[in-house]
Design a protein around this ligand. Structure first.
Ligand code: NAD
Length: 328
């Protein structure tokens, strides 16, 4: 098969070359969108990541240019118009679970760094400053943590938090029996947010979850609580979160995802002028920690992403059951 990978970085090339099962691969650094869709001309399969934009217009261009299959090298599919793809008979396959521990461990890293301020301590000590002023954290043991969405990643986080001795409450439309047995207490979104010292988001971005953290739900947070988002930026109304940071209703914010991350994340902008005033405002807070969508980024996850993507393509070629097809 002739496969075009969009939004391809060097590490994508490394892993997709290493696990290639005999396909002809072309890597495009550009993201797929209405301007770049024409690049897919002559390819059978296109392989996409989180910030490629696959709306109806893009899909029509892909169809007209011979694309037969879309493989997402990620779990989330909020960037693809699945109904339009179905109507054009272009199956969309994804990697539903690749090392959920990778993202859960990154969420934990954000929690620990924000709490114990190790990023500040690292810089201080390198400059010969051994003062402890303003580095005080809190024990995680016995703290209340709210996990919103207890699928693969949320569940992995619950297991990690259990080891830290946290009290875990959770909200999910499908509560998990194993987690209940572990002592995780399920409630409504409102009940779960109220009283939590830390809130961590792990549900998918859909119409029903867009901006679930907003001016109103932020009022339910315990004053000074920590919010962690390693799921999708659109779960949070960023303007409302900036207000909550300014009036100290939010005490800490850890983001691995950002609603306007497309065009910004995964690129070196260090010599450029950042045009997004919201992210620059966020970066200016001393109690905000942002990473650029690196939760998935471990060796184990990259290997699983590449091998599952090739398995998805083989299933399509062999007309086997498309177990990882996105259905809405
Ligand atoms: P999953 O499908 O295993 O779990 C999602 C859970 O959310 C399910 O249990 C589902 O019942 C629940 N859910 C659905 N709608 C809900 C709602 N309205 N309210 C509450 N819960 C709801 O997915 P996962 O593998 O755990 O991944 C979760 C999210 O993490 C993905 O959607 C993706 O956006 C994000 N993700 C981020 C990275 C990263 O690098 N930061 C990597 C992989 C995935």
């Amino acid at each position: 098969m002739k496969i075009a990978l969009f939004s391809a970085c060097q590490y994508d090339q490394d892993y997709f070359n290493e696990f290639n099962t005999g396909h002809q691969l072309t890597y495009f650094v550009d993201a797929l969108n209405e301007q770049t869709a024409i690049l897919a001309k002559g390819y059978d399969v296109i392989c996409l990541f989180v910030n490629d934009v696959v709306n109806k217009t893009v899909l029509e261009t892909l169809k007209a240019n011979g694309v037969k299959l879309i493989v997402l090298r990620c779990a989330g599919f909020n960037n693809v118009d699945i109904k339009a793809a179905d109507a054009l008979d272009i199956p969309v396959l994804r990697v539903p679970a690749y090392s959920p521990e990778a993202v859960a461990e990154h969420a934990m890293a954000l929690i620990l760094t924000l709490n114990r301020k190790t990023h500040k301590a690292y810089n201080r000590v390198r400059e010969g400053n051994f003062s402890l002023e303003k580095l005080m954290g809190f024990n995680l043991h016995n703290r209340k943590v709210a996990v919103i969405g207890t699928g693969n990643i949320g569940k992995a986080l619950c297991n990690i938090l259990k080891g830290f001795g946290c009290q875990i409450s959770a909200y999910d439309i499908y509560p998990d029996e194993q987690l209940k047995a572990l002592g995780v207490v399920y409630g409504t979104l409102e009940e779960t947010l109220a009283g939590a010292d830390i809130v961590s988001l792990h549900c998918p971005l859909m119409d029903s979850t867009k901006h679930m953290i907003n001016k109103e739900t932020l009022k339910l947070f315990k004053h000074g609580a920590m919010l962690i988002n390693t799921s999708r930026g659109g779960l949070i109304n960023t303007k409302d979160v900036v207000e909550a940071l300014k009036n100290c209703q939010l005490g800490y914010l850890g983001l691995d995802v950002y609603e306007q991350e497309g065009g910004l994340f995964f690129k070196d902008n260090s010599e450029g002028i950042i045009q997004d005033d919201l992210i620059t405002r966020l970066i200016s807070f001393p109690n905000v920690l942002i990473t650029s969508h690196q939760g998935f980024f471990t060796k184990e996850a990259m290997e699983q992403i590449a091998t599952t993507t090739y398995n998805n393509i083989e299933a399509f070629i062999n007309k086997a059951e498309l177990v990882n097809r996105v259905v809405v």
